[in-house]
Design a protein around this ligand. Structure first.
Ligand SMILES: *Cc1c(COP(=O)(O)O)cnc(C)c1O
Length: 440
């Protein structure tokens, strides 16, 4: 067995076997998400090697597939959950309470009700509150378990406005109020265990100074809180996730070693354990989205390649202007086979989905081998925030996901059909759903 800590820092779209991908579409249809569990393990091991004494949580929202949760749990990760639904998934995947953190961002009443019930069976789970109201609402329900406070450090990092959460007032209690809020919570009987901040996704090697500054503030705050609490002080300081991955082919992977060194150094002397909770880093390059070409149209300015995946399948390009690498696996599989027909001219193409929105494009004027109807395209780095953000806009059923692990391949999530999309409405009109759920 190879040393997993020594695995490559990034798996590029070009590293996937085109014939394998082509045959997956033959077998399971398209569009199709593919996720390689061995790559997920490799990503975990590299992170673990860089942060040997940190607690590592996986931010479930990046990809909540049960197979991913089980794989990362078995590798040693805890699970950071953003909703009651994710906590349920974590427990279903076999996590024990002490492996589960629930980060409550303006949590709906229904989530808190469910969570506090789950806590009675799993008293070791940790709740991270991002406002004093949330602490009150937990107390109202009788919760006095493990409590962590999400603070807003007033520093943001990230690749796009929408993921820069540190500076956004929505997230966390202003750091300068943390000591008071936590001392109060301790007085009320909560088991205060940690402080937390997540400054956004997409932290990169060239933003190390911002990372250092943020972690240093967290270290200072942890010392202040521990002193105010007395006793054994805090158990952990959670500095969030946001470990960037290179989406562009020419982008360098994150130097985990430098990030780890900077983190340790900036944190300073501390009795509490360091906790990190990346999501994207574990799964992004372990997944691709496969999609078939439906139409090829010469437009005035470009060639538009219409595919069967759209912004409802993979939202990131439409939502964040995110770049994803794209490759024609039909052409590449033919080339690998020595098939001459694979020699196709390269020209700028715009790959677009079937949704009636102008933002429904995966790339504009990108140089690719001339597409033909029936070709399979692979969209790379789709393992994180891909299926998770998929939706049913335009009455589009969500795609299937398959998982690859060594030689084994299985369907981990079935393809939806139109019936799945309209069922809740039909149930309502059939009178099956007579009691509206409690409002928030
Ligand atoms: C989304 C999120 C993460 C993970 O972010 P990545 O960019 O995927 O690493 C971690 N912590 C919290 C609280 C989050 O909301």
């Amino acid at each position: 067995m190879t040393d997993l800590a020594e695995s490559p820092a990034v798996r590029r779209l070009a590293d996937w076997d085109p014939a394998d991908l082509q045959s997956l579409v033959g077998e399971y249809g398209s569009p199709l998400y593919v996720l390689d569990l061995e790559r997920v393990r490799q990503n975990y091991r590299r992170l673990e090697a860089a942060f040997p004494d940190a607690e590592i949580l996986y931010a479930v929202k990046a990809n909540a597939l049960g197979d991913v949760l089980t794989t990362l749990r078995e590798a040693g990760a805890g699970l950071e959950c953003a909703s009651a639904g994710e906590v349920k998934r974590a427990l279903d995947a076999g996590a024990s309470g002490d492996e589960v953190h629930y980060t409550a961002v303006n949590p709906p009443a229904r989530d808190l009700d469910w969570l506090v019930d789950a806590w009675r069976d799993h008293p070791d789970l940790t709740v991270t509150a991002g406002s004093e109201d949330t602490i009150d609402r937990l107390a109202d329900r009788g919760y006095n378990g493990r409590l962590c406070l999400r603070v807003n450090p007033g520093i943001g990092a990230g690749h796009h406005e929408k993921v820069r959460t540190g500076a956004a007032a929505k997230f966390g209690v202003p750091a300068e109020r943390a000591v008071e809020v936590l001392a109060n919570a301790a007085d009320r009987g909560f088991d205060v265990v940690g402080i937390h901040a997540h400054v956004g996704s997409g932290v990169s090697s060239d933003q190390l100074d911002a990372h250092r500054e943020f972690v240093a503030r967290m270290g200072d705050l942890a010392r202040d809180v521990s002193e105010a609490l007395g006793g054994s002080g805090l158990e952990f300081v959670d500095v969030g996730g946001g470990f960037g991955v290179p989406y562009r082919e020419d982008e360098e992977p994150l130097e985990l070693g430098s990030v780890a060194d900077a983190t340790r150094e900036a944190l300073g002397e501390l009795d509490a354990r360091l906790t990190i909770e990346p999501g994207r880093y574990f799964v992004a390059d372990a997944g691709v989205l496969l999609t078939a070409v439906n139409t090829v149209k010469a437009a005035r300015e470009t060639t538009v390649v219409g595919v069967d995946a759209g912004m409802t399948t993979l939202l990131r390009p439409a939502m964040y202007d995110a770049y994803h690498p794209i490759r024609n696996v039909t052409v590449d599989a033919a080339a690998a086979n020595g098939d001459d027909g694979s020699e196709r001219e390269r020209l700028p193409q715009t790959v677009a989905g079937p949704i009636c929105e102008s933002g429904d494009v995966f790339c504009s004027d990108r140089e690719l081998p001339k597409s033909e109807r029936g070709d399979v395209l692979a969209i790379g780095n789709a393992g994180a925030y891909g299926y998770e953000m998929a939706n049913q806009y335009n009455s589009r059923p969500r795609p299937a996901s398959v998982v690859v692990d060594g030689n084994a391949v299985w369907v981990s999530r079935q393809r939806e059909d139109v019936e799945d999309v309209i069922r809740p409405e039909r149930a309502a009109s059939d009178g099956l759903k007579t009691t509206p759920p409690r409002g928030e």
